[in-house]
Write a protein that binds this ligand. Structure first.
Ligand SMILES: [Zn+2]
Length: 384
């Protein structure tokens, strides 16, 4: 059985131990020590990283009562090793994990919901709760969580006796009573958990709920704690400051300044579309055949062609066929008339390998032809 130093002292970052076994495995060596401060993967938390005698520890897994370290190089049995944990990484995970316990404990106390899903990435955690939480509920939970941090409450972990366990209310209740480790935050939470935690809530630092959405019949939240909450603040602060600079806006007016910009862009887009249609008509240069007209242009949209067709009909044209070239051999078209255009459209489609259709007096589609002269000749025949 490997002695778990992280359970005795979660702040142990360096330790001495003896190698009990070392076996060659795929991609490295599996080393078992008499004791270790390396936390193995478990309870949603990734395994610790670090070194044994300066040899990188690539993975740490629990196998029964043993903790197996996968190392880059062989360490002979009997070697005394100095273990070093990547402390920044481990401490940030302790902050995140304890932050999650605080939030889940508060949600449980206020609303009675269970934590039914927990995923911990290196920065952001997602937590699924079994019931609905409104925006106001989440704001309240976040405030209470940060007040729990401010109170610097003790966090304790221990293995209770079966009798004590049976008499204790705790989250993540398991069927077994064997080997259950409880992590208690006074007045906030008590939960079955195998991971190392800070000794007081003050070490957790800031807790921030970033987002929430309905999930099945419950709620999924995204949250950060500790150093990751600080980094998130710096990231957003810099982003907002950049926007404030670009828009010459103060903190208080930055959101409305962005909103005004969005409205302005919408208005300009609308104006631009109107101008582009007018320009399309100006550049159309249609060929008249009796009271009909046609034109072949380039890079115009269906909207542009429809606008031009309507303008031609308003000016007294009875039927028009407008095309715009999209590449070497392909065109989009619009056919509009004061009378039914179905015959014209089906003749156009069959002559130029096209497809498309529409209403009685308006149709649109695509055609193709090896050269523009063939297109012209087909259209002129149709409009004669
Ligand atoms: Zn936990």
């Amino acid at each position: 059985m490997t002695q778990r130093l992280y359970e005795i002292d979660a702040y142990c970052r360096e330790f001495s131990a003896t190698v009990l076994s070392c076996e060659k495995v795929d991609g490295g060596f599996e080393v078992v020590l008499d004791k270790t401060a390396f936390y193995p993967e478990g309870g949603g938390q990734a395994p610790d990283e670090g070194t044994l005698n300066s040899i990188a520890v690539l993975d740490v897994q629990e196998k029964g009562e043993l903790i197996c370290h996968k190392t880059e190089a062989e360490i002979p049995v009997g070697t005394q090793v100095e273990g070093k944990i990547d402390w920044d990484l481990r401490f940030s995970r302790m902050q995140s994990h304890a932050g999650e316990h605080i939030v889940a404990g508060i949600v449980h106390n206020l609303f009675g919901y269970d934590n039914v899903g927990f995923h911990m990435s290196e920065a952001v955690m997602t937590v699924d709760f079994s019931g609905p939480l409104s925006h106001e509920d989440i704001e309240k939970v976040e405030l209470l969580a940060n007040l729990a941090v401010r109170n610097n409450t003790a966090i304790t972990a221990w293995y209770p006796s079966p009798e004590e366990l049976a008499a204790t209310q705790y989250r993540s209740k398991l069927d077994t009573t064997e080997g259950i480790r409880l992590v208690k935050i006074d007045g906030v939470d008590c939960c079955a958990c195998c991971a190392p935690h800070p000794s007081r809530t003050g070490d957790v630092g800031v807790i921030k709920i970033l987002d929430s959405c309905p999930r099945k019949k419950g709620t999924r939240i995204e949250m950060v704690a500790g150093i990751h909450a600080y980094k998130d603040y710096v990231y957003l602060h810099n982003a907002v400051k950049a926007v404030m600079g670009m828009l010459s806006a103060s903190r208080d007016s930055v959101a409305s300044a962005v909103s005004k910009q969005a409205e302005l862009i919408q208005a300009l887009k609308y104006e631009n579309q109107k101008m582009s249609k007018k320009l399309a008509f100006y550049e159309l240069n249609p060929t008249k055949i009796g009271d009909c007209a046609y034109a072949i242009s380039e890079n115009q949209s269906y909207d542009d062609l429809i606008f031009c067709a309507n303008s031609l009909l308003e000016s007294g044209v009875q039927k028009c066929i407008l095309l715009s070239k999209t590449d070497e051999q392909n065109y989009i078209y619009v056919v509009s008339a004061t009378t039914n255009v179905k015959d014209t459209v089906s003749a156009l489609n069959s002559a130029l390998n096209g497809k498309g259709g529409g209403r009685d007096t308006h149709a649109q589609g695509k055609v193709s032809a090896p050269n523009v002269d063939e297109v012209k000749s087909v259209i002129e025949n149709l409009l004669k």
